[in-house]
Design a protein around this ligand. Structure first.
Ligand code: 2P0
Length: 361
């Protein structure tokens, strides 16, 4: 008897231009474009196995070994419905002999190798891995380069987006834009690769785990409150992000680290300003986060005076953890400095544990 099962994994992505705000909460359509780097090493990944079987009495999802509720009309159900529709239309309708997997229940098991919901983009890798594993199970994506794929990564990014906005960017490696789109039905709000990882292989991301506890305000509810209450968000959407998207894409194409770093830090700071401009205000950074900003700013000031160039760029998502982008030649120096100023928890003067590991992007 045939077994219908597929396992894929997807990494976390870290945004340089932040997504914060939806214009459609059901279809997950953003208020602005965003751009991220997908991490390429094994530290921060979700791995998902999907299996279809006619004997399964219901569809079940396990997240890190625990059964998750599948809410009726919820995000997961919308992703599954879309993948089933693609399977029906693109495969089963064309070949009457092919098994009708779209009619069978699924068992889906997903594992994160890092803390869930700690501002480390677990929903991004999670929904990207879920989408790609079911797409592989359904024959929508081909792992054999000699066979044409019946769906492109950008098309699958539309499905992952229905699960979690930032997930659409984890369908690609390297440097990835999520285009805001203008259609009310969302078909042009998809991810595209700006450049593959090999384009700028010296770019590294240092992940500084300031606190791996579950975050206080979820991104979903936080950004909704921001859309409802922040005047600064409207300025950001109209007057800031479009020019920044163009400028950072150019910086990436030119491998211009100075411009990349300035834009990335400015956008992280504006995102946190917008969070603060929300009523009631949202605080994601803590004292350790702010100290990391001070250290990187000072490093860049000294480096700029000496060489005319910057050495590092910090960015923070919806939590206190820092990601520091730097190029290969500066990784050792940056790690040494961070560990000197933020010793590991045993001897740390700070209340929060501080762990650091590095990976190339
Ligand atoms: C980003 N974040 O661009 C930004 C920066 C957090 C700060 O994408 O509601 O978990 O599932 O679409 O994708 C977090 O938002 O929110 C996020 P939903 P998501 O990476």
């Amino acid at each position: 008897m045939s077994v219908f099962q597929a396992t894929t994994s997807a990494p976390v992505n870290i945004a340089c231009i932040k997504y914060w705000g939806k214009r459609d909460n059901t279809l997950i359509l953003p208020t602005n474009s965003s751009l991220s780097i997908t991490l390429s090493q094994d530290h921060l990944r979700s791995t998902t196995t999907a299996r279809a079987d006619p004997t399964f009495t219901e569809t079940t999802l396990w997240l890190n070994g625990k059964v998750e509720d599948i809410k009726s009309g919820g995000r997961l159900e919308r992703c599954l419905a879309q993948l089933k529709k693609m399977r029906r239309e693109r495969i089963e309708a064309k070949d009457p002999n092919t098994p009708k997997l779209s009619e069978w229940n699924l068992h889906v098991a997903s594992f994160n190798n890092f803390p869930t919901a700690a501002g480390l983009a677990s929903s991004a890798s999670g929904f990207a891995a879920l989408t790609s594993s079911i797409a592989a199970l359904y024959g929508l994506s081909s792992f054999d380069p000699s066979k044409p794929s019946v769906s492109s990564p950008s098309e699958l990014s539309l499905v992952a987006r229905l699960g979690s906005g930032s997930a659409c960017r984890s369908l690609f490696g390297g440097f990835v834009a999520w285009e805001v789109g203008s259609s009310p039905t969302g078909e042009d709000s998809l991810a595209v690769q700006v450049a593959p990882q090999e384009h700028w292989p010296t770019m590294h991301a240092l992940i500084c785990v300031v606190n791996d506890a579950k975050k206080g305000t979820s991104s979903t509810s936080g950004m909704q409150r921001t859309v409802e209450t922040s005047a600064l968000l409207q300025h950001r959407i109209k007057n800031v992000v479009p020019a920044r998207m163009q400028a950072i894409e150019k910086a990436i194409k030119d491998k211009d680290f100075d411009s990349f770093a300035r834009i990335t830090m400015a956008d992280s700071n504006q995102f946190h300003a917008v969070a603060l401009d929300t009523a009631p205000p949202i605080f994601y950074l803590n004292d350790v986060s702010r100290s990391i900003i001070a250290v990187v700013e000072e490093l860049n000031r000294v480096s700029y005076e000496k060489t005319g160039h910057l050495v590092a760029a910090y960015t923070f998502d919806a939590g206190p953890n820092a990601v520091v982008y730097t190029e290969s030649r500066n990784v050792k120096q940056i790690i040494e400095i961070i560990v000197r100023y933020f010793p590991q928890v045993e001897s740390s003067p700070f209340p929060d544990p501080f762990n650091l590991f590095s990976g190339s992007q």
